[in-house]
Design a protein around this ligand. Sequence first.
Ligand SMILES: [Zn+2]
Length: 104
Amino acid sequence: MSDDLDMTQFFIDLFIGMIIGGLVGALIGRCRGRLVDGLGWGIILGPIGWLIVALLSDKRPKCSLCGGVINPGVSRCCHCGGEITPGTIQDYERWKKSKGSVES
Ligand SMILES: [Zn+2]
């Protein structure tokens, strides 16, 4: 009987830990354009997952003029004011796609 209770408590703790791990991971990943990665790693590995997400490369497109991160939907860099063209942005195609999804 008490064994069953311990197991139940163990799984409740595990479940809560996974939720917290996933949420923190998602928060860390979000500001790096890796929300889903952060959520997944946080759920699976907890604090170790947060570390992995923090070490993953930033997926967001960057302005090649100033290196600043460019948000979807903008036509000018918010850091240096440079116009965004295929030559001034890394990963331009993906950025263009995200821009289209913002507009529609
Ligand atoms: Zn810039």
